[in-house]
Write a protein that binds this ligand. Structure first.
Ligand code: PBG
Length: 328
């Protein structure tokens, strides 16, 4: 009796030339968006301990760094502002100040790199003294409708500075709608909205919150961020943002949510981004520092998983190390 069927999979894997014939190519640098942190000042490039290879840049130093990164083919960034604690207040006032590092960075980058795709994160958590992503009302609740008005104001502020697109991440209901109306009302009809449409309440944001100093004290963000145990709502969140006029949808985090990426990919024709978040980045660094796994091969494998799941845009801290990944 024959032991095998005629399927000998190893026939297809004999040579690298054959293997490459069947492989999907690793996403090119044009598919990546690099998330980056900016601070006020000059000549600053401060390493972030929990995220090796990432820094807080002053606008001038970010410009310098971009010159190098653009050489590697990366053409898109997502900017987060980091401000001093004494500038934070309950209304997130500093978010719309023209002294904001995001405003300075966007203006400088727009002036220096005509074709750079610049997204800005639109949220309040880096600017409120309580670190919630919205404005808290007298009853102690996060007031959705006051919050979306503030988010719209920030979006307009960034659009004026020259952002290609804004990326609302506050998980406020109708935030896309409110921002679109505000932008259009002021003539910014071409400013893109890349919505953090399905953003989970996740433990994987730890290193990011350390950078932003935005861990809410004594409470979580579960009242507005999506529960990871509810797949129907997770898909619905993105479909609602599509109906509100989002140009690009997003699932965040990436690795634990590839089923959601695949499901949303099936449900919409909009471009879909996945956010490979800080915790996913840092845990690979930690494992590699301990000698448990190899850094860049691990990064490469996980990114290709996100591509396979159906994301065509990869928002990832690995983007500034694209050459190391591609060579791994
Ligand atoms: C702001 C925001 C967060 C992240 C992106 N935008 C933090 C959060 O929602 O708690 C996380 C990004 C990362 O972990 O890399 N709301």
């Amino acid at each position: 009796m024959k032991k095998f069927t005629n399927n000998r999979m190893r026939r297809l894997r004999q040579t690298s030339v054959l293997r490459e014939m069947f492989n999907s190519p690793f996403p090119g640098p044009e598919k990546f968006i690099w998330p980056v942190f900016v601070i006020n000042g000059k000549n600053k490039k401060e390493p972030i301990d929990s995220m090796p290879g990432q820094f807080r840049f002053s606008p001038d130093m970010l410009k310098q760094e971009m010159e190098r990164i653009i050489e590697t083919g990366i053409r898109s960034i997502l900017i987060f502002g980091v401000i001093d604690k004494d500038k934070k207040d309950p209304e997130a006032s500093f978010s719309c100040s023209s002294d904001n590092p995001v405003y300075h960075s966007v203006s400088l980058l727009r002036e220096s790199f005509m074709d750079l795709t610049i997204f800005t994160d639109i949220c309040l958590c880096g600017y409120t003294d309580h670190s919630q992503c919205g404005i808290i009302n007298k009853k102690g609740n996060i007031d959705n409708d006051v919050t979306i008005s503030k988010l719209s104001e920030i979006a307009l502020h960034h659009a004026k500075a020259g952002a290609t697109g804004v990326a609302p991440s506050a998980m406020a209901d109708s935030q896309v709608n409110a921002i679109r109306e505000r932008l259009d009302g002021k003539g910014y009809i071409d400013t893109l909205i890349m919505s953090y449409s399905t953003k989970f309440a996740s433990s994987f944001y730890g290193p990011f919150r350390e950078v932003e100093d935005s861990e809410p004290e004594g409470s979580s963000r579960r009242k507005y961020q999506q529960s990871y145990a509810d797949k129907n709502q997770a898909v619905r969140e993105s479909l609602i943002d599509e109906s509100e006029g989002a140009d690009i949808l997003m699932v965040k985090p990436g690795l634990a949510y590839l089923d959601i990426v695949a499901e949303i990919r099936r449900e919409t024709r909009l471009p879909l981004a996945v956010y490979n978040v800080s915790g996913e980045y840092s845990m690979m660094h930690a494992a590699s520092e301990k000698g448990f796994c190899d850094l860049y091969p691990m990064a490469r494998e996980s990114i290709q998983g996100m591509q396979r799941a159906g994301a065509e845009i990869i928002i990832s801290y690995w983007a500034n190390q694209y050459q190391s990944i591609i060579n791994s």
